[in-house]
Design a protein around this ligand. Structure first.
Ligand code: GSH
Length: 194
């Protein structure tokens, strides 16, 4: 199996970190630049996006949540990531949405500069509401799951791209504690944004 990825994509990091959490060491990493329409990536994903997962028989999956679901369902090893618990799935929707918002904010800023302030402010407000909800959720318990993996990477991406002021994240003590508690997990420390 081959995972197409790059070093700054939070989505690709979620797919890669999932594979690491599941000990799927046989997946080959194929580093590409999705922004330059590389022929190699276009063959597997005509939309030129990462992550994309190609299996040995040539079948391809795109879209992060479909990829991670496939990896988890087909892994031989049992894992905290394997759950059908509705609470985890609900959390995952919010955490993945936060990742999307932070990514959209970053790409907008890169390509459109300071224009579109109304839209960018809306994204930031939604992100803050997501942070508030997740602050309450992790304050209840710090257990690990697929939604928490997604949340951790979303938080790291917000910091990496400076989507919100550092001071804003400091307003969420439980999220801060959660972030610190898991930062040494191999699947996270070995996949830092680059
Ligand atoms: N909804 C997609 C988002 C994937 C995505 O937007 N990937 C970005 C990198 S973070 C990309 O490859 N962008 C290239 C482009 O849009 O041309 C998923 O969940 O996989």
């Amino acid at each position: 199996m081959k995972l197409y990825l790059n070093g700054t994509s939070p989505f690709a990091r979620l797919a890669r970190a999932t594979a690491l959490e599941l000990d799927l060491s046989t997946i080959e990493m194929e580093w590409v630049d999705p922004w330059s329409d590389q022929a190699e990536l276009l063959i597997v994903n005509p939309l030129s996006r990462v992550p994309a997962l190609a299996d040995d028989s040539g079948d391809v999956l795109t879209e992060t949540l479909l990829i991670v679901r496939h990896l988890i369902e087909n892994a031989k090893r049992d894992s905290e990531l394997r759950t059908k618990d509705m609470r985890t799935i609900t959390e995952l929707g919010v955490a993945y949405g936060m990742m999307e918002l932070a990514f959209a904010f970053t790409i907008h800023k890169k390509h459109c500069g300071e224009s579109g302030t109304t839209l960018q402010n809306r994204r930031k407000s939604s992100l803050r509401r997501g942070l508030e909800v997740m602050e309450a959720v992790v304050a209840e318990d710090m257990r690990w799951s697929l939604s928490r993996l997604c949340l951790w990477i979303a938080l790291d991406y917000i910091r990496f791209r400076e989507v919100l002021d550092e001071a804003t994240l400091d307003n969420y003590p439980s999220l801060d504690k959660f972030f610190t508690a898991h930062q040494d997990r191999a699947a996270l420390s070995s996949t830092a944004f680059s």
